[in-house]
Write a protein that binds this ligand. Structure first.
Ligand SMILES: C[S@@+](CC[C@H](N)C(=O)[O-])C[C@H]1O[C@@H](n2cnc3c(N)ncnc32)[C@H](O)[C@@H]1O
Ligand SMILES: [Zn+2]
Length: 410
């Protein structure tokens, strides 16, 4: 079978990521102008831009496997040409078997060919089902997976229930969401409908997006007396990613719900406040700093969205690899490691300085100045001009005026 030539019926080419080579649609053949989005034009979905997403998925799965220190099973129910699932089988030590699946028959055929081409037929099976149907068939005890990676078009929400049920106690769930317009508040109704929480178009909307997805997952899992712990999350280009483990038990699921809450935001003075709990108590509707109308995001997850130990494990794994995007991955994980314990939400200097009609100082200068004055201050991977701090919006603005006043410039 290895030498058999696969007739896809459309233009293809071999691409390499990590240690794996697979046959993918030749994207150039499906567009007539550079402005067209090639991945969605091809008969089988393949997006080279998501290599970084897949690299990090490999690292996270390896880090997770190290914590268990035994052989694991994995499932990629929305697999496209199969790059991700095949990479799990080849690049993650301790992966015993992988089930990859796609509803598109052409994707199924291409993924099947890629599995054979990589000599993985014994360990990787390929299915052609609806993802929820497939996951439901693995929902019974002892049939469940150790890890499931949901990488869909748009929102992963339609697959949360079946994923949680098809995961073993302690299992790892990885989620991609590319529906950033709802999650970042451009289409708030769609976000409320899908995620059960209100988004806000703030400068830290990408963090809100992660927290809305995490909140939705926590509430979905809670229905089955299951709790979640977020090990890692990141926001990169047009998507967010979340890595969570689940634990069976009603008590922990109750405790989990205590991590749900709201973030109040004032668009006038940048003041923010957190309110824990699922049920909003009657507020004044006004900003406690400037009296303007206050806006609210949520309910969403106010618990941790990164875990220090897991970040360190991932970093250790990164240093052993030769990925194309290694520098970018180390930069992201380095920033995340430092924001693990930092306050929720961040200030974006451009926004503050715009309001103050001041030039934007270097972000590291602001971090130093905050620390010199006894405040906490952390950079964030969410935004290169973002600063997490326990300083209030008023204190931040005072500090910016001071920095710019004291030196004449910065
Ligand atoms: C974003 S692509 C997957 C990319 C892939 N995970 C990767 O890393 O390269 C989403 C895939 O989901 C498949 N799909 C859409 N709806 C599905 C469903 N209900 N069940 C199974 N697969 C589905 C599409 O055919 C498409 O290949
Ligand atoms: Zn205000």
């Amino acid at each position: 079978m290895k030498d058999e030539i696969f007739k896809a019926g459309f233009p293809t080419e071999i691409m390499q990521e990590g240690k794996v080579k697979v046959l993918v649609p030749k994207l150039r053949a499906f567009v007539t102008s550079p402005s067209e989005y090639a991945p969605s034009k091809a008969p089988v979905f393949y997006n080279p831009v998501m290599e970084l997403n897949r690299d990090i998925a490999v690292l996270a799965l390896q880090a997770y496997q190290r914590t268990l220190n035994r052989e694991i099973s994995a499932c990629e129910p929305l697999a496209g040409c199969g790059f991700r699932g095949i990479r799990f089988a080849v690049e993650v030590e301790g992966v015993k078997n992988v089930v990859i699946n796609d509803i598109n028959v052409k994707a199924f055929q291409l993924a099947s060919y890629n599995v054979q081409m990589n000599g993985l037929s014994e360990r990787v099976s390929v299915e052609n089902e609806d993802a929820n149907f497939l996951l439901s068939s693995y929902g019974a005890p002892r049939k469940r997976f150790d890890a499931i990676d949901i990488d869909p078009f748009g929102s992963p929400v339609p697959y949360l229930d079946s994923s949680v049920r098809a995961l073993r106690n302690g299992g790892l769930l990885a989620l991609t969401a590319t529906d950033m317009a709802p999650l970042c508040g451009v289409h708030p109704k769609a976000c409320i409908r899908k995620y059960g929480g209100k988004p806000l178009r703030t400068e830290y909307c990408h963090e809100l997006a992660v927290r809305l997805l995490a909140g939705c997952l926590a509430m979905t899992a809670a229905k089955y007396d299951i709790s979640i712990s977020i090990l890692f999350s990141h926001s990169t280009s047009h998507y967010i990613r979340l890595y969570a483990t689940i634990k069976h038990g009603a008590k922990k699921a109750d405790e989990n719900i205590r991590n749900m809450g709201y973030i109040y935001h004032c668009f006038k003075c940048f003041h923010r406040e957190l309110a824990k709990g699922l049920f909003l108590t009657n507020g004044s509707g006004k900003c406690s700093e400037c009296g303007s109308k206050i806006n609210v995001a949520g309910p969403l997850w106010l618990g941790k969205i990164f875990d220090r130990r897991f970040c360190e494990l991932m970093e250790k794994e990164t240093n052993q690899r030769t990925f194309k995007h290694i520098k970018k991955i180390l930069k992201i994980s380095g920033l995340i490691k430092n924001e693990v314990e930092a306050p929720i939400t961040y200030y974006v200097l451009d926004k503050l300085c715009d309001a103050l009609t001041l030039p934007v100082p270097p972000v590291r200068r602001v971090v130093e100045a905050l620390r010199e004055r006894g405040f906490q201050a952390f950079l964030t991977h969410f935004n290169s001009r973002g600063v997490r701090s326990n300083a209030s919006a008023i204190e931040m603005k005072e500090l910016l005026r001071e920095i710019l006043g004291s030196s004449g410039k910065f």
